[in-house]
Design a protein around this ligand. Sequence first.
Ligand SMILES: Cc1ncc(COP(=O)(O)O)c(C=O)c1O
Length: 367
Amino acid sequence: MVRPIPYVDLAAQFADERATLERLLIAELSEGQWIAGAAVAELERRLAAQLGVAHVIGLNSGTDALVLGLRALGIGPGDEVITPPNSFVASAASIVAVGATPVFADVLSCQAIDPLAVERAITPRTKAIMPVHLTGRMVAMDPITALARSHGLRVVEDAAQAFGSRQGGKFAGTVGDIGCFSAHPLKNLNAAGDAGFLATNDDDVAQTVRLLRSHGLADRNTVTMWGTVSRLDTVQAVILSHRLDALDGVIAARRRNAAQYRELLDPRHVFHPAPVEDQFDSFHTFVVQVDHRDELQRHLADHGIGTSIHYPVPIHLQPAARSLGHRLGSFPVTERQAGRILSLPIHQFLAADDIARVAATINEFFR
Ligand SMILES: Cc1ncc(COP(=O)(O)O)c(C=O)c1O
């Protein structure tokens, strides 16, 4: 029996930290301040310091970071926001949630939104561009920022997969007006449930998002605007603070695994975008593009190797998107990639032997 190589291993993560987390969580629960406890403010302060931004606001999810961020920018019915169709559904869904229209722009071979397609998609209704730092690899932000500046648009970075990634010394989520992060269990910086946060240097946006996350309550009895409930739980803040201490090690392990894959995988059959100079990728996922993807995925499963696909059906082809009027052929690069992408195991509990086995199993499949 070959040893399985799971795509993710959250049980291993918990086993590693169990003793410390038990102590921290019992102490926090004993305080009784389960909503808006001191741990939330402390985490927000640490995240803001690490990212080098004025404000980080803890929220219920990365999706809510996008929704509340768009709302705080005043984006709503009649407005358009440009975003790629190859993301997790939350990117486009957040635009729909505020009553605006997602306008898709196709992507480049590296899966990042194509700035030329963004430019072609701009109309008089466009209010913002939402680039997505898919896989933890940052979209080249200079062309996006230049387009936003010349057309008077806002930039909302979907950095859900990219906490810790950098480009030219700037962290993902700190280049645009707003950066939106997910701390979903499968992210590099992960909570034990749903969690997310928003980063911004804009004082007005920060103040509005703080109000929106808690029913617009300026104090216990004064509702200044219609809001929602989207606070980061105190227990999740405790877990995230603890995991933030370990994050550099987690990202370093993922980067090591990625470098080993790049060295071992046969480039004649397996495409992975080359690293970009002056860019630091956090490798939320390691996505290769291959022919015969489904057969390869089955072959790997037969050899005990777990993989995933992010994402097999582009957003514009989802049943929910029917009213937007797209069809097969609307975004050819995204559509072609959807049939070729495969996410390989990259997590921090894999040994060099595991990566070597995955790579050898893939190369052998193509031989
Ligand atoms: C690109 C992207 N955007 C947004 C989200 C939404 O984050 P959450 O699941 O925390 O709501 C995710 C999460 O998977 C994501 O990958």
